[in-house]
Design a protein. Structure first.
Ligand code: HEM
Length: 525
């Protein structure tokens, strides 16, 4: 019996011994390399007056326990709150050893200003390029240097408000979305917002062609595309947690998801190319200001078109949908804030589905609504963590030494993770009630100079290009939703306390509980 059991286990135990041995060798080599590099940098550190930042202590060699914890929090859907806990315990800047490689985590506005703007040339995207390549290929999000500058200068003019007619398209999509909500029934708004933002992004990129295709086959294909995009993103998110060992996070579900996503985008682009050719051949045809036209003027290479469009689809869909979901969740849980939004919308455009649709000017006047969105982006920045890696040995301005005021050394290739979610909840920046939803805090002069302490859209040369578009879409959607359904009630069983809810962290942070609400036209009894 015992021999039979050994026979069965033997091949597995041999394989696991070999794998474990190899991993130990790899981690050991990385630790040795990291220490050797540190020695070389010692002189530089002395010259710059650097001191070590607190070590976020891993109890096991090579930080294996940190990796295990990261995966545990991933499964338990509490990663962002874990980062808050770490930064509260270790201070605004800490060092850690993960899989034998040293890296730095920071929630310091001064350090972020250095990384994103002042010392822009000292940092690059690190492992983002190989981590994201399978899905996003080469696009504005995964390029650097000349290529990135070219992509950015190509895309930027398309975002300026007079070049796209998206506002009318957003309005149409929002009307379509609201007409499907059943008043008084419990509705999960999260998937509805993801669908809305996918539709608006598709229209922005490709014009009428795609989002208007409403046969059941088209709808099914769009849904398959959406779910494949989610799967692929989950893989990318796990890859970002293991640095240069990203290639370990792979497998058939990821390959299938990438194939589905790419096939869908390729078909849409093919259609858009044909539509552009048709409209060119019709003399006097009305010029459509859509992204794909501008891209096609530069290239007809299907791979280049796919990579750029897919990146924008991802950026346009997920971040704005997350922003909408969290805003509505928070408003429903804060009746006082919801009332203020309702009163404001009512006084500017009136309530009721047949009331006048808000214009851009109306939206600008809705100051409280805009503050509510701003406050949501503080508590739930859709991109809650991000990172850069040093292109050469350099320093961060603060975080080292006993008082945390000395510069911190960053060796060439080491990564700096910046924890926007945790920074946005720092009490020394936002006050004792930092974890509360209080849009009024932005009326206070004390936050006028918050600068790099508030970064939902990033900053510096790589700051978000879609910010204006996203804010317009979010404000319009919530204003119009308030007109149709002025009252929101949280469904039973949903978490009420901020930060206690389960969260799904892919490249954006969304709600694991969804956003289950009752939307009603009159005040609930
Ligand atoms: C609430 C919504 C949004 C949020 C919170 C958001 C957030 C961000 C952040 C944090 C970055 C910087 C990334 C980095 O530095 O690594 C970024 C970049 C970018 N975003 Fe957004 N974004 C939003 C909506 C959009 C939309 C709707 C689009 C376009 C359809 C878009 C397109 C871009 C582009 C093109 C970049 C620049 C990438 C680069 O130059 O590296 N974003 N966004």
């Amino acid at each position: 019996m015992a021999t039979r059991l050994m026979d069965r286990l033997w091949p597995f135990s041999t394989t696991s011994c070999v794998v474990t041995g190899l991993l130990l060798l790899v981690f050991g080599y990385r630790s040795w390399k990291s220490r050797a590099a540190r020695k070389e940098d010692e002189q530089f550190a002395v010259e710059k007056g650097c001191a070590p930042a607190p070590l976020w202590c891993a109890q096991m060699p090579w930080g294996l326990d940190l990796l295990a914890k990261a995966f545990w929090h991933g499964r338990n859907r509490t990663v962002c709150e874990w980062f808050v806990e770490i930064s509260e315990l270790s201070g605004p800047t800490h060092e850690q050893l993960l899989l034998g490689a040293r890296n730095i985590g920071t929630t310091s506005p001064k350090n972020l200003e250095a990384v994103l703007t002042k010392q822009f040339e000292d940092f690059n995207l690190g492992f983002r390029i190989p981590q994201f390549r399978d899905l996003l290929g080469s696009s504005v999000f995964t390029q650097e240097g000349k290529e990135w500058k070219h992509s950015r200068s190509l895309l930027r003019p398309q975002f300026s408000s007079n070049r796209y007619h998206s506002f009318e398209d957003i309005k149409r999509c929002v009307e379509n979305m609201l007409s499907k909500v059943v008043p008084g029934a419990v509705t999960d708004m999260q998937p509805i917002f993801f669908q809305l933002t996918l539709d608006t992004t598709l229209i922005m990129l490709f014009g009428e062609t795609v989002a208007n295709e409403n046969s059941s086959a088209d709808i099914r294909r769009r849904a398959e595309f959406g779910s494949a995009l989610n799967t692929a993103q989950e893989y990318l998110a796990y890859r970002t947690r293991v640095g240069d060992l990203h290639w370990l996070i792979n497998g058939p579900p990821m390959w299938r998801a990438c194939r589905t996503v790419h096939a869908y985008v390729d078909d849409v682009i093919k259609e858009a190319l044909e539509a552009t050719d048709r409209s060119r051949s019709q003399s006097g045809a009305k010029k459509r200001y859509i992204f794909i036209d501008a891209l096609i003027e530069q290239t007809r290479d299907p791979k280049v078109l796919r990579d750029q469009c897919l990146s924008l689809m991802l950026a346009g869909r997920d971040s704005t949908a997350a922003c909408l979901t969290w805003t509505v969740r928070l408003l429903a849980r804060h009746p006082h804030a919801l009332k203020k939004v309702r009163d404001e919308v009512s006084s500017i455009v009136g309530l009721g589905s047949d009331a006048r649709e808000p214009t851009r000017e109306d939206l600008k006047q809705m100051t409280y609504l805009n503050l509510a969105i701003k406050e949501t982006l503080r508590l739930y920045p859709p991109v809650p963590l991000n990172q850069r890696a040093a292109t050469r040995t350099t320093t961060l301005p603060e975080g080292g030494g006993e008082d945390g005021k000395s510069p911190v050394l960053v060796g060439k290739g080491e990564s700096v993770g910046y924890l926007v979610y945790a920074m946005h909840r720092r009490k020394d920046i936002y006050g004792e009630d930092a974890k509360a939803f209080r849009p009024e805090r932005w009326e206070n002069d004390a936050l006028k100079d918050v600068g790099y302490g508030y970064l939902p859209f990033g900053a510096g040369p790589r700051a978000c290009l879609g910010q204006e578009f996203a804010m317009l879409e979010a404000a319009y959607t919530i204003a119009r939703m308030t007109q149709w359904f002025p009252y929101l009630t949280v469904a039973k069983g949903q978490t009420l306390e901020i930060g206690k809810e389960k969260q799904v962290l892919t490249l954006v942070v969304s709600s694991a509980e969804g956003c289950q609400l009752r939307l009603t036209e009159t005040a609930p009894m």
